[in-house]
Structures are given as structure tokens and as C-alpha cells.
Ligand binder design. Sequence first.
Ligand SMILES: C[S@@+](CC[C@H](N)C(=O)[O-])C[C@H]1O[C@@H](n2cnc3c(N)ncnc32)[C@H](O)[C@@H]1O
Length: 314
Amino acid sequence: MAISHQPVMVDEVIQYLITIPEGIYVDGTVGTGGHSLEICKRIAPKGKLICLDIDSSSIQLARERLSPFGDRVKIIKESYVALDRLLKRIGIDRVNGILLDLGLSSYQLESAGRGFSFIKDEPLDMRMDEARGVTASELVNTLSVEGLQELLRVYAQERWAKRIARAIVEERRKGPITSSRQLALLIEASIPAKYRPRKRHPATRTFQALRIAVNGELENIADFLEKCPSLLVKGGRVVVISYHSLEDRLVKQAFHQRKKENISPRKLPVFPDANPSLMTALNRKGLRPGHMEVNVNPRARSAIMRVAERTYNE
Ligand SMILES: C[S@@+](CC[C@H](N)C(=O)[O-])C[C@H]1O[C@@H](n2cnc3c(N)ncnc32)[C@H](O)[C@@H]1O
């Protein structure tokens, strides 16, 4: 299968992530392996790359693509939230760099057949890990009007949350909502024509909110950020690319914690592993892709990359 996903901000990722070519690196969201391919080309034969993803079909594609690198790469179906346990299991204490490229890949959007997109009519599933959790269809068919409204407000800041929530509950009285097109059409109809956004489909925000809720995306990021400092060697780096303001806010808060709490580096707390303040943000504002990249790859438009380095020993 031809791989449609173009990795975002590749040069910047390589520049910040790889501090020593012989190091051990983790791509926590390997997807179809775009970033990992470039990382593999840059690390030494003695270096290692551990790749994780929770989407079996993406993992399969990444495996084929990264096979020329042999033992240098280890690809495992696992959540990046479980990286601490995984490293322990495979006998690695700490790593030199971790990459998270959040969100959804173009492959998942276009070809996974799980209702991430409303361009094609697909079953309303939206789970990245098909073996686990509640589907988007289960959420839209069981949540109350208030529950749906809250979901759309919190995860998507959807102005028409109340109308959409009511329309969903009304529709499901006739029968369950099971397909992406069915949901998209009903969202479109629930927003007054003159207020429908012109540049994107009116259902875009709702779909994004459902995906975030179904996959526990914000909880996962928060969980990872808390553990992250204890997984890195001194001088090791974490690179996170976010596509949503709520994701980026979590990353920013974690990386800038020391500043916020005004803790002097010399007065670090007694339990350093549990404290993200061991990290120093390497870019205050976050990096954005250049115009050229956005022109070639419109998906990069909303990307923001933040990097932090583990600067202190315990
Ligand atoms: C934007 S894509 C990554 C694309 C990849 N960097 C590339 O260049 O091909 C995000 C990936 O993160 C995966 N993902 C989402 N949540 C995850 C989690 N908790 N643990 C591991 N992977 C996750 C998704 O399945 C998806 O494949």
C-alpha cells in the first residue's frame, strides 16, 4: 500500500531529538513510520529506536517500511503511556530521546475505515486501538444531551454544542447513529446555514472532539508528561508535536512548570522522578512549520512543536 502520510517538521525533529547517534530513542507514535524512517537513517548502527503505536494496521505498515534497519529498530504495539513499564520489561533504564507526534495520521483518516473522516461513509468507531475501549457510536448513542454538550464544549469549544447534542438525541430516537456520514449530515443540518463555517466542514469539530474522548487523548498526554522526566538520561530530550490547543497547553504547562512555580533549579524537590520541573524547555514559544512545508503538506498547518531537555541529575 502506498503511504499517504507525510511526517511533519522532520528536520526540526531530527535536529532536536538526536543528541548522540549511538543513543536509544523512542518514537512513541510511530504511525506509518515517517519520522522513524528518518531517525533510523541518522542513528549509528549501534543506536536503537523503539517504536510504539496502538493502531495495529499502522504498526504493520511501519514494520514493513522499517525492516531494512533490522535490529536497530524494535516495533511494539503499546501505548506511549506504558513506556515506563515497557522499558523496564526490555531491560532499558533510560533513553536519550522520545518523540510524540500526536493526533491522527493521514493513513488513519483516509484508509483505516473507522469513521475518523466523514468524506467516506464508514462505521462510527474512531478507536485507534480497535481492541479496546468504547466506540464513538457508543458515545453518541448513550450520552445524555448534557453529556454530549459538555463533550463538544470541552474538547472542541463548539459554539453549536447544544443544538448538535439535541439533534443527536432526537435522531437516535429513530434508530442508532452508526455511520460517519449519517452523523456529519445531522451535524450540518443542526447548524443554521448562515453560520456554517466556509473553510471547513461543520462537523469537523464534533468529529475531533469525539476522537479525543474515545481515545482518552488528553489523559494520555498528561499521564505521559508526568512520567517523562524519569525516562530520560541527563541531556535527553522529549519532542512533542501537537495539533490541538488543548494538547499543546498540557505540553506547555509541563515544560514550563519550573518557571510557573518559581522553583529555583538549586532547590529541586526530594522526589525528582515525579517532578516535571527536571525538564527545561528549549524553545519558549514552540516551533511552527515553515510556509514551504505548509504549502506542500497542509496537515502541518496547525502543528506546534515543543522540546524539553532533562537538565538535572537526581
Ligand atoms: C500523527 S500520527 C504519527 C505519524 C508518524 N509520526 C509518521 O510520521 O508516520 C499519530 C499516531 O499516534 C498513534 N497514537 C495515538 N495514541 C497513541 C498512544 N496512546 N500510544 C501510542 N500511539 C498512539 C496513532 O495511532 C497514530 O498512528
